[in-house]
Design a protein around this ligand. Structure first.
Ligand SMILES: Nc1ncnc2c1ncn2[C@@H]1O[C@H](COP(=O)(O)OP(=O)(O)O)[C@@H](O)[C@H]1O
Ligand SMILES: [Mg+2]
Length: 690
């Protein structure tokens, strides 16, 4: 299977353009850890505290108590050994050891209970932390400018923040492990120092090489994971495309499965190579660390034997030292490994908190003027360029749209119709020039207040997994109750859909594996239209609203449009030119400019792009058989102009295909629903067919 990656074509990839996370990953070093850990622990405690202060307090108390129990246990060991090794008969020695043994058992039991309590509280608190972090992220995401989604940097930051929210729950367990290790370190170190002051520094010195090796291995693994992150993301996108129903028919009919699986394998191979390299390096470091650690441990044990042999330490104390050394050694390893882990989680959490603070750098920062329904929308010298795009999508457009008016936007794919509609509704702000609502630039209006006056049927409308009612009211019912919904349904043709729903308006519209009832593409489009007709908004934007509708459904929409326009300003984008006859004015866009405008009769009468488009759609003669090698009779639709619409016989025009700009999509992955896929393909096929 040929693979573009290997044949030199472009390849999908996720790149961290800022390199900030790589830099952050490099920070997993002992010194940085020592500096950052206290801050990290403080922050996790603060987050946990804000969510459930009792659970948080309980955890801290349990950890401190557990540390104390450990120290007590070690002292009990000392007491037991001393009693057992003392002179006298065995009965007397056992009797003397008895209280220490009880203390030892009691401390162990208490620690076990505390451990269970800690696990219980952690498992309650952890998932809550992630849910809270996700909610914070959701709020931040809805506060950003729509244009943020066109910026790769924003999408990277958002993804990193999502990962941060996901791992927030690990902070609890990792924080607990760390605090537990710290508590046992303090307990063990205290006991050890009491036994002999030289032991602790000796042990710390001995643990150092192993700590460095373990941290280095953790850093190598983290960086490898970071570099493979983009690939993991690609895999999940591919999995979605291969596994989701939306493309299942096309994968089969297009016999794409082995190609797609091959592509998947190509990426997994890359990840596996990186993983193996990291694992090898990590293992080498661990071996080195273990060797140094072994030598150092031997030195510590030799010291204990020497202390014992020279009578500087009693046998009882030496026995206790053995336990204490083990405790401190384990605590140190726990601190290092846990520290590296929490550092890594902390880096992800940094991404999350940075996103919340700056909303990925795209927080909406608009005015506060609260508008009424717009009477007049004025566009002046409007220019708009998508972030990082090479050309302007809209170039120097000026016109006025009034309430009571239907303005149609017509043009080839990529001519800027959708972009212009989003500028009119204030979803995008002009790069230069202005869009004003009753004299106030859209950037100075309160965005939520402005959008409450906008009803939008976008090209890619959402199929919310909600009830039919919620899908139509968008969760904002009017005071008219269901009567308003039914009125909107009558306009959009969704009344016919409703009769087929098992619980009427209360039916959940979703795939049946989600417990819902499924709708066809055209039925969904009727629902999407109902939303817009239901909404009491002054500006109605219909972007290719009937691409998936049957001719009857389409006729109903356009027949009712004039009535809707009585109280609204309507922007209509459609490729079916018979339908634009109902518009008061038609603006013909080409490469982002208005190249023609007028009423339908005016435009079909004058030579220009509109008449060309009209001719391609409605006359057999105009379809140039030589242009695509097909016979005009095979593919030209027969003319069915709307009643009263003149059908001119145009002069033959060159085929427009050379000018047709392909739509490029930035959203590549799973968010894209089958609705969008269907609607778009329909619309495009239609626009491109002569
Ligand atoms: N999100 C985006 N990022 C970058 N360029 C875009 C984006 N969306 C559209 N474009 C480009 O802007 C131009 C106009 O697109 P659009 O307004 O969607 O056209 P139309 O609706 O007329 O088909 C096209 O050249 C398209 O490639
Ligand atoms: Mg469009």
């Amino acid at each position: 299977m040929p693979d573009e990656a290997e044949t030199g074509g472009e390849e999908l990839q996720f790149v961290d353009r800022t390199g900030s996370r790589e830099r952050a990953g490099q920070q997993i070093r002992l010194a940085d850890m020592a500096r950052r850990l206290p801050r990290l622990v403080r922050r996790s405690v603060a987050l946990a505290w804000s969510i459930d202060r009792w659970a948080c307090l309980g955890l801290l108390v349990c950890q401190v108590a557990s540390g104390a129990m450990q120290a007590l246990g070690l002292l009990a060991v000392s007491g037991t050994i001393a009693a057992l090794l003392a002179g006298g008969d065995i009965y007397g020695r056992l009797l003397a050891a008895w209280p220490s043994l009880v203390m030892l058992a009691g401390a162990a039991a208490a620690r076990a209970l505390l451990g269970i309590t800690v696990a219980w509280l952690s498992s309650r608190l952890g998932p809550q932390m992630s849910r809270e972090a996700e909610l914070g992220l959701l709020r931040a995401v809805t506060e950003v400018e729509l244009s943020a989604y066109d910026a790769p940097g924003f999408n990277h930051r958002k993804e990193a923040a999502e990962r941060g929210a996901e791992v927030a729950q690990d902070l609890v367990t990792e924080g607990q492990d760390l605090i537990a290790s710290l508590a046992s370190l303090i307990a063990g170190a205290g006991v050890l120092t009491a036994l002999h002051p030289a032991l602790l520094p000796l042990l710390a010195l001995a643990s150092f090489p192993q700590a460095v090796a373990q941290i280095s291995a953790a850093r190598v693994r983290y960086l490898a994971r970071l570099r493979s992150n983009g690939d993991y993301r690609l895999l999940s996108i591919l999995r979605w495309h291969v596994g989701d129903r939306y493309a299942a028919d096309q994968i089969r009919a297009g016999t794409m499965s082995s190609f797609l699986v091959g592509r998947y394998r190509h990426i997994t191979d890359r990840i596996n190579r990186a993983d193996r390299r990291a694992a090898d390096t990590g293992a080498r470091m661990s071996v080195l660390g273990a060797l140094c650690g072994g030598v150092a441990s031997a030195a510590v044990w030799a010291a204990v034997v020497w202390l014992l042999a020279t009578g500087r330490m009693s046998v009882g104390h030496a026995g206790t030292a053995v336990f204490a050394l083990q405790t401190v050694g384990m605590a140190l390893r726990g601190l290092v490994v846990g520290g590296a882990r929490i550092m890594r989680t902390g880096l992800y959490m940094d991404d999350w908190s940075a996103f919340l603070r700056e909303a990925g750098g795209y927080r909406m920062n608009r005015g506060t003027t609260v508008p009424g329904p717009p009477q007049q929308i004025t566009v002046q010298d409007l220019v708009f360029r998508y972030e990082e795009a090479a050309n302007d999508a809209v170039r120097g457009v000026s016109f006025t749209l009034r309430r009571g008016e239907v303005v149609a936007l017509v043009g080839y794919n990529g001519s800027g119709k959708t972009t212009l509609a989003k500028l009119l509704s204030g979803l995008y702000l002009p790069t230069t020039g202005s869009v004003t609502w009753d004299g106030v630039p859209t950037g100075e209006l309160d965005p939520q207040a402005m959008w409450s006056h906008v009803a939008l049927v976008p090209q890619d409308y959402a199929r919310w997994p909600l009830t039919a009612r919620e899908n139509m009211t968008l969760g904002q019912p009017t005071s008219g109750g269901d009567a308003d919904i039914h009125a909107a349904c009558a306009r959009s043709g969704a009344d016919e859909v409703l009769t087929e729903l098992r619980s009427g308006l209360d039916t959940v519209l979703a795939r049946d594996w989600l417990g819902g009832q499924e709708l066809s593409g055209g039925q969904w489009q009727r629902i999407a239209l109902t939303r817009a007709f239901y909404r009491p908004a002054g500006l109605l934007v219909l972007d290719e609203p009937t691409a998936a509708l049957d001719p009857l459904g389409e006729h109903r929409i356009f027949a009712g449009l004039r009535q809707l326009a009585a109280t609204r300003a309507v922007v209509l984008i459609t490729h079916r030119l018979t339908n634009v006859a109902c518009a008061d004015r038609i603006l013909v866009l080409h490469k982002g400019r208005i190249v023609q405008q007028g009423t339908f009769p005016e435009l079909v009468a004058e030579p220009g792009p509109f008449r060309d488009l009209w001719a391609y759609q409605h006359t057999r003669e105009a379809a140039d058989p030589a242009a695509d090698g097909r016979s005009a009779d095979d593919c030209a639709p027969s003319a069915h102009p709307a009643p009263g619409v003149p059908v001119p016989v145009p002069a033959p025009q060159p085929a427009p295909h050379g000018d047709t700009v392909p739509r490029t999509r930035k959203s590549t992955e799973g968010e894209r629903t089958s609705a969008s896929a269907e609607a778009e393909t329909d619309a495009e096929a239609e626009a491109e067919a002569p």
